[in-house]
Design a protein around this ligand. Structure first.
Ligand SMILES: Nc1ncnc2c1ncn2[C@@H]1O[C@H](COP(=O)(O)OP(=O)(O)O)[C@@H](O)[C@H]1O
Ligand SMILES: [Mg+2]
Length: 97
C-alpha cells in the first residue's frame, strides 16, 4: 500500500496484490456493476462474488471528486488499484473526535 500527495489538493492511494491480475483490456469494464472478469467458480457454476465491489468503490471515489483505475503490479504481475481523493479542508481532525 502506498500514499502520495498528487498535486496540491489530492492524495493518491495505491493498493497492490500478487494475485492473477486483470487483463489490460478489461481494466475499465471491471468497474461496471456485476461485471466479473475471472475468479473462482463455485460448485454451482457461478463465480465467487457478485461484481459490485469495484463499482461501489468507484461510486464513492467519484462522489469525493477523485478518480480510480487499475494498473500493473510494480513487479509486473498482480493487480494495483489506485485512486485519488481530495486532501480535505483545513479543519483539524481533532475537532471531529
Ligand atoms: N484483486 C484482484 N485481482 C484479480 N482480479 C480482480 C481483483 N479485483 C477484482 N478483480 C476482477 O474484477 C471483477 C470485479 O471485481 P469486483 O467489482 O470486486 O466484484 P467481485 O469481486 O464481487 O467479482 C472480479 O470479478 C475479478 O474478475
Ligand atoms: Mg471484489
Amino acid at each position: 500500500m502506498q500514499a502520495d500527495q498528487s498535486g496540491d489538493e489530492m492524495v493518491q492511494i495505491s493498493i497492490e496484490d500478487e494475485g492473477p491480475g486483470i487483463p489490460s483490456h478489461l481494466r475499465e469494464r471491471v468497474f461496471e456493476k456485476f461485471f466479473q472478469a475471472n475468479g473462482r467458480v463455485r460448485p454451482s457454476g457461478r463465480l465467487e462474488g457478485i461484481g459490485m465491489g469495484l463499482s461501489i468503490a468507484k461510486g464513492i471515489v467519484e462522489a469525493h471528486g477523485g478518480r480510480i483505475w487499475i494498473g500493473d503490479g510494480v513487479a509486473g504481475h498482480g493487480t494495483r488499484v489506485s485512486f485519488t481523493v481530495p486532501v480535505g479542508d483545513d479543519e483539524p481532525m481533532s475537532d471531529k473526535l
